[in-house]
Design a protein around this ligand. Structure first.
Ligand SMILES: C[S@@+](CC[C@H](N)C(=O)[O-])C[C@H]1O[C@@H](n2cnc3c(N)ncnc32)[C@H](O)[C@@H]1O
Length: 291
């Protein structure tokens, strides 16, 4: 399943209280929300977003004991402003984001997030999304693909991989994850391969970010979120790669409405990393809305 990361730290910063309303932008399997709902009893609420229908269904089942204190929303968290308006809520007491994928999405398989095995090259977290990863790799230009791999994956062999990919797709449409892995392996000579990660890791990460518009969504909520939190309330963001962390850091620092509480990001301790290796790249940044 999925183990929530930095739970104690998130709870300490969010400090949920009875009667408060909290937004969990990444409900996932409800790990963080369970703890928030336990702390803000008996009447606090969580508005939980997830755009993955199967994750949301599992979270609803797990959080059923909290009844109507959980408002589960099957939407992109970038639509927070519209959603609060529809719910008639002017301001909330805190917002939590725990970005990216859950282990459930990665491990349940079939969605093309993993480069192990052979799966349809999909990568849409929201199945209603228009373009799958296969659509991207078969239709984007060589330059567009190179830019995606370079900027979203920070992949140094981006241009070479894009060239190989475009040559390959002339011969055969790319529809599975193992086809993509073979292309990356063919493009990157052994001496240029990373030592600690799989050679296709960065290409997969880059495509996932592009397919799901992950940076655009984050930018939208970074812009709208602070306006929707009452003074004294907190905006807590857990991110897993440097592009996201950089966006969060800059946006928090550049927003006059916010006072940054984490000069350096909070990261998991050795014990958490040992129990949950996925947490090793997590970074938590927190800002408080000024009074
Ligand atoms: C790391 S998991 C969250 C895990 C959760 N905190 C827990 O403890 O179970 C990220 C979740 O956010 C969802 N997600 C990612 N981007 C989203 C977005 N823009 N809008 C809504 N949900 C999103 C994913 O589908 C995934 O279920």
């Amino acid at each position: 399943m999925h183990q929530p990361v930095l739970v104690a730290e998130v709870l300490a910063y969010l400090a949920p209280i009875d009667g408060g309303i909290y937004v969990d932008g990444n409900l996932g399997l409800g790990g963080h929300s369970t703890r928030i709902l336990e702390q803000c009893k008996p009447s606090g609420k969580v508005i939980g977003f997830d755009w993955d229908a199967s994750a949301l269904a599992l979270a609803k089942e797990r959080l059923a004991p909290f009844g109507e204190r959980l408002i589960a929303v099957h939407r992109n968290f970038a639509l927070l402003k519209e959603t609060l308006l529809e719910l008639g809520i002017k301001a909330v007491d805190g917002i939590l984001l725990d970005l990216g994928l859950s282990s459930y999405q990665l491990e349940a398989g079939g969605r093309g997030f993993s480069f192990q095995g052979s799966e349809p090259l999909d990568m849409r977290m929201d199945q209603r999304g228009a373009k799958s990863a296969a659509d991207w790799v078969n239709t984007a230009t060589q330059e567009e693909l190179a830019d995606i791999f370079f900027y979203y994956g920070e992949e140094r062999q981006a241009r070479r991989i894009a060239r190989f990919l475009v040559e390959e797709r002339r011969r055969e449409k790319i529809v599975t994850t193992d086809q993509l892995v073979r292309i990356v392996e063919g493009a990157v000579p052994r001496r240029f391969r990373p030592k600690k990660i799989h050679v296709a890791t960065k290409v997969f990460q880059a495509l996932r970010i592009a397919v799901n518009g992950e940076l655009e969504n984050l930018q939208q909520i970074l812009q709208d979120g602070p306006e929707l939190i009452r003074p004294g309330g907190r905006f807590c963001i857990v991110s897993f790669h440097s592009l996201e962390d950089r966006l969060v850091k800059r946006s928090f620092l550049g927003n006059p409405r916010l006072h940054v509480l984490t000069r350096r990001p909070t990261i998991p301790g050795a014990e958490e990393i040992e129990h949950n290796p996925r947490s090793r790249s997590a970074k938590l940044r927190v800002a408080e809305v000024r009074g």
